[in-house]
Design a protein around this ligand. Structure first.
Ligand SMILES: [Zn+2]
Length: 309
């Protein structure tokens, strides 16, 4: 029998995963008069925490994860994609990794997950992107440039479109991000719509500038009949690390200091106003609330509602 030392965390080895089918990877709930279906592009495997979350000592990161019974060497982020039927439109937020497998073999499931949830990609009117990184814009087009949401307009900030399709940045450390953004966004150039901070650019959907992770990164307030949630995009990547210590930095931030300030300000607003959140990268399905806790925040996942319809 192996024993777990203090600071270590047990986790189920891959071999313990069942070979039988899991429950379907979609989840539905009501928001006022709107219907929300959360689907997935599958989990991102980031590996060791200390190579992704910086600005706090490795020891402290390990301690925080261990306290939540999470492994320190195998950080996994979900890709929770809400599809919101609102005001006569079907609106999908983020498109996942597409065919790119740099974060493990389990990504690229969005089209399959949509089918499992009974949603035809051709029925999607609007694809909304918080920013242009691979795990958000990677599934707009097939590798041959065919749009995967054939009837949708694509909504993104102009700043992110310009930054991440800039050919001169192909040789920068972010070159692979630029390459994927170009492959996904340039073929749909004539369907792009640029939103602005504060604008209600679709019925019940308002853009909120949240710069730092990228300079054009936005969150979105989704509201229907008096109910709301804020879709966080990449305002925060982890339900423990960037919440308990919101000034911690994430390796993929364009401006980590600005990102931390934006995170602290917006999470504070959401906590104070008790507005529910939907987080792209939190544990499935990523819906809950944020509260203030000491110098940081705490995420309170909402119980899933699995009542028979
Ligand atoms: Zn992301």
């Amino acid at each position: 029998m192996s024993s777990i030392k203090p600071g270590e965390t047990p986790s189920a080895p891959a071999s313990a995963r069942t070979a039988r089918p899991q429950s379907p990877y979609f989840y539905r709930f009501k928001l006022g008069d709107a219907d929300v279906s959360v689907v997935t592009d599958g989990p991102l495997e980031l590996g060791d925490a200390s190579s992704n979350f910086v600005g706090v000592s490795e020891e402290e990161v390990r301690r925080m994860l261990a306290r939540h019974y999470l492994p320190t060497d195998d950080v996994v982020l979900e890709q929770n994609v809400p599809v919101v039927e609102i005001g006569g439109k079907t609106v999908l937020f983020e498109t996942g990794m597409g065919e790119v497998k740099i974060f493990g073999p389990r990504t690229g499931q969005l089209q399959k997950s949509l089918r499992a949830a009974g949603i035809d990609p051709a029925s999607v009117d609007a694809v909304v992107l918080s920013h242009a990184h691979i795990d958000h814009a990677g599934g707009v087009c097939a590798p041959d440039g065919t749009p995967l949401f054939p009837n949708a307009q694509i909504y993104i900030s102009e700043r992110d479109f310009i930054d991440w399709t800039d050919e001169s940045r192909l040789s920068s450390p972010f070159g692979n991000q630029v390459e994927v953004a170009r492959k996904n966004l340039l073929p749909v150039r004539d369907r792009l719509v640029f939103f602005k901070d504060g604008q209600e650019f679709l019925p019940g959907i308002q853009a909120i500038a949240a710069p730092g992770h990228t300079f054009g990164h936005h969150c979105f307030m989704v509201s229907s009949a008096g109910a709301s949630f804020c879709f966080l995009g990449d305002l925060t990547h982890h339900h423990v690390l960037l919440m308990e210590k919101p000034l911690m930095e994430f390796a993929y931030d364009a401006d980590p200091k600005q990102s931390a300030q934006t995170r602290t300000r917006l999470l504070g607003m959401l906590a104070d106003q008790r507005i529910p959140v939907m987080s792209y990268h939190f544990a499935w399905p990523g819906f809950g609330n944020v509260g203030r806790d000491g110098d940081g925040f705490r995420y309170f996942p909402a119980p899933m509602q699995l009542d028979p319809l």
